[in-house]
Design a protein around this ligand. Sequence first.
Ligand code: MRU
Length: 366
Amino acid sequence: MKINGTWYRPIWPDEDDPGLVRVIDQRRLPHEFAVLDIRDVDTAIFAIKDMVVRGAPLIGATGAWAMVLALRACPGGDQDAWLGREAARIAAARPTAVNLAWAVDRVAAAVRGAEDPEERISLARQLALEIADNEAECCRMIGVHGLPLVRDIHKKTNKTVNILTHCNAGWLACVDYGTATAPVYAAHDAGVPVHVWVDETRPLNQGARLTAFELAAHGVPHTVVTDNAGGHLMQHGMVDMVIVGTDRTTRTGDVANKVGTYLKALAARDNSVPFYVALPSSTIDWNMEDGVREIPIETRDPDEVRFVQGLFDGALVKVLVPPEKSQALNVAFDVTPARLVTGLVTERGVCGAGEKEILGLFPERA
Ligand code: MRU
């Protein structure tokens, strides 16, 4: 994706310094473009926890690079035991997106058995690059498979297709293309007229800050709306489809995503608006069946609810909203049951949100 004419991914290894990984600091967008240098595991964990990097596929890619940095810092002795402890620390940085543990486990498995420390670093590095490239390619394919869904609506209505999305499931969250945004970009690039309703996505406003930033950079018409506006828009025929991303989807099709997604799915069902979830298969938790009972839901610092960040007099500032002494609860995700999901858009195609349908696309997981 280009920012002011320069092509970026949200994470990349420095070409000259093998001990340096660089990430776009998403906490400061859209008003400031800054890059954070990551040279050690602690900084990588900080970047994931503090949401310098965020979004399920990108958290996974960052976890893989954190493992490379862990291996570079290995003091000798029992390398596997040491890496195991570092892997546990990295995987625990954020609990809901399964991509993090998935990527960390993959790197740990890839280096197990190799004795030479340099070989271990090289294997891990190769895999970290591969994971990032693969997530980008999966997202490109999500665009390929999602485009006909948008195009079909346009063919039926012969009008601009109005798509509602929640949070940021764009290229910033995914290495490239995005998950929910991939069909949007594909449709826009193919000349299908689209307009996106962007939920602002309190408390951290990933929609208003990041999705709007991405869509503006790509020239996609969009309008930021409050999180509570979606139901009204759907009741008045102003939404043709909903597309969201996910942080963890069970093998039965229950979908965890940014808090508020469930309410959009309920409103979509009440108004017969198709509700799609776009995801790479790295986001499927093949071991879970009941999303509401089993998916760990992250609770974050209440100050993220109490304070709102924005631009004032050219500087980023945070302001307090509720009374100083009021308590706040910051539940970061919720689970949308499979029965409310019209379809899953994956790198292998579109399927229903059910175990049989998912396994139809991924038979090797049966
Ligand atoms: O807390 P965040 O910003 O990491 O939450 C991100 C989301 O909820 C995204 O929708 C999800 O990770 C899918 S990204 C392709």
